[in-house]
Design a protein around this ligand. Structure first.
Ligand code: PLP
Length: 366
């Protein structure tokens, strides 16, 4: 047997997958048990795929305790297509939508929504380099808005909402691409939740959408004008099988959801994530050699962003950490510095390896 060497992968996305999931994919790649074909080769209209899809949906529902009046959809186009689909489906003629601007992805969502209709920015931390999440008291919500859009975790800046904002009767739409299933989520407080799978839930290619049924009526009214593939109601009525779904990605996502259930569910997963991020932030705060870029109260448990005294030292850090087998720590080009993405599947030993590298690096250059 050859030994397989896996590096410590801090990639922001596509990101590290749970090893048991990769092993199962590998085992099933020539033939799914009792099927005689791989997932890449079965028809999406077959009983085999139908049951894989049904199981993935049932497990998502169990994991996040999704209420019965919500549909679970498996779509394509990434979270970025949701930036357009959300306003195209939910924004009525003459209506406005509220957006909380907390980062680069939120800003992209705003730009796409503006192509569809009126947008109000109800709070922004742009002037502070998106280093914090605005408080509830800062939200200037519009009475009668079509929806309020938020970005639960800001992947690039390393901040996250600690509480779901209060938005009254207006449906809350949340982009959870980088924190979905990293902590319990109160689905009932949302109208629509969307997330690309490739950060916390599986491979690229599938986007999870959880939408309250009453909002689908807005989509149903737009059937004659909205392109069919962009209409939530069409996907819901067809059980995500209007056309060929990303069958491999749905299958792999299903395995990740099973793995999360086996970890003990979202409370258990959140406890591990708290511990992992806590170790890293403790090291960042220890001496002042490292500087966390997010305000403490807004710090993300998924994307830990920090800087060093100079860009030169940051370059050295990236170079030496990469050489030490710690891959993907260079921050997003929009903010610079370092970013350690430590999603659900990222192993705790990887965090410990980074902490130990950071200590050695400080000894050497501090
Ligand atoms: C990665 C990311 C996106 C974009 O996702 P795609 O699937 O590449 O379109 C959107 N929002 C957030 C919060 C992200 O982290």
């Amino acid at each position: 047997m050859t030994t397989i060497h896996r590096i410590i992968n801090f990639s922001a996305g596509p990101a590290v997958m749970p090893v048991p999931v990769l092993e199962q994919i590998q085992r099933d790649m020539l033939a799914l048990p009792a099927v005689g074909m791989s997932i890449l080769e079965v028809s999406h209209r077959s009983k085999v795929f139908e049951s894989i899809l049904a199981k993935a949906e049932a497990d998502v529902r169990a994991l996040a305790r999704v209420p019965a009046n919500y549909k679970v959809l498996f779509l394509q186009g990434g979270a970025s297509l949701q930036f357009s689909m959300v306003p195209m489906n939910l924004l009525g003629a003459g209506q406005a939508a509220d957006y909380i601007d907390t980062g680069s992805w939120a800003d992209k969502a705003v730009k796409e929504a503006r192509k569809v209709g009126a947008v109000n920015i109800v709070a922004t931390s742009k002037g502070e380099n998106y280093s914090r999440i605005p408080a509830q008291s800062e939200l200037r919500l519009t009475p009668g808005a079509a929806y309020v859009h938020m970005t639960a975790n800001n992947t690039i800046e390393g901040t996250e909402f600690k509480d779901v904002p209060q938005v009254g009767d207006v449906p809350l739409v949340s982009d959870t691409s980088s924190d979905m299933f990293s902590r319990p989520i109160d689905v009932e407080r949302h109208g629509l939740i969307y997330a690309g799978a490739q950060k916390n839930m599986g491979p690229a290619g599938v986007t999870l959408v959880i939408v309250r049924e009453d909002l689908l009526l807005r989509s149903a009214e737009k059937k004659s004008t909205l392109p069919t593939m962009l209409n939530y109601a069409v996907h819901a009525e067809n059980g995500s099988l209007y056309n060929t779904p990303p069958s491999f990605a749905v299958y792999a996502l299903g395995l990740v959801i099973q793995w999360l259930l086996n970890q003990g569910g979202l409370e258990a997963v959140a406890a591990v994530n708290q511990r992992k991020a806590g170790k890293l932030y403790t090291e960042i705060d220890r001496t002042g050699f490292y500087r966390g870029t997010a305000n403490r109260e807004s710090r993300s448990l998924m994307n830990v962003t920090f800087r060093l005294a100079s860009e030169e030292l940051e370059k050295t850090f990236v170079k030496e950490s990469t050489a030490a087998g710690l891959d993907g720590l260079k921050g997003h080009r929009a903010v610079g510095g370092m970013r350690a993405s430590i999603y659900n599947a990222f192993p705790e030993e990887g965090v410990e390896a980074l902490v130990s590298f950071m200590r050695d690096f400080e000894q050497k250059y501090g």
